[in-house]
Design a protein around this ligand. Structure first.
Ligand code: HEC
Length: 141
């Protein structure tokens, strides 16, 4: 039991650095590989310089973006257009640069991944297990 839990955590560690939201999302998204492709595209571009999964830097978090547009019928198309054309004034005073090298199809995949973050983001606050980092007993002999 303990070994199984350790093994699972270990695989997660190997795939990517631990990020509570994205790890939970990866588990939830395993049935939809196209979503993981969208995430991979985001991570392979320059997005993470300015965006985080749950911490905002220059731009809003991807979880917040997904939440904001998830209910819109044209949410994915809107996000895809903003990725490719850039913009400003929606979240603050910083500028989202254009990404003309990203194809419409890639931008839509990124957008669908952001929108899919939404259900997990809503339950994220209840699932924060403290890390298993109790100090090991130290013997001084
Ligand atoms: C130089 C920093 C920077 C980079 C790089 C960047 N963004 Fe942004 N992004 C921003 C900022 C700042 C905003 C908020 C703009 C605003 O307030 O309208 C933003 C907003 C967004 C939005 C929301 C737009 C809206 O109208 O609500 C999406 C979606 C987005 N970024 C996706 C991406 C993706 C995907 C990438 C990588 C391909 C990326 N961003 C790269 C800074 C950046």
């Amino acid at each position: 039991m303990v070994m199984v839990a350790f093994g699972v955590a270990n695989v997660g560690w190997l795939i990517m650095r631990p990020d509570p939201v994205s790890e939970r999302q990866d588990a939830a998204m395993q049935a939809r590989p196209e979503l993981l492709a969208g995430k991979a595209l985001v991570q392979g571009s320059d997005c993470m310089r300015c965006h985080g999964f749950e911490r905002s830097y220059v731009g809003p978090t991807f979880a917040d973006i997904g939440k904001r547009y998830a209910a819109r019928a044209d949410g994915a198309e809107y996000i895809a257009r903003k990725i490719r054309e850039g913009g400003a004034g929606e979240w603050g005073r910083n500028i989202m640069p254009r990404h003309p090298q990203i194809t419409q199809q890639q931008a839509l995949q990124m957008a669908q991944w952001m929108i899919a973050l939404t259900p997990g983001a809503a339950s994220a606050s209840t699932a924060s297990d403290p890390p298993a980092s109790a100090p090991a007993a130290v013997t001084t002999r």
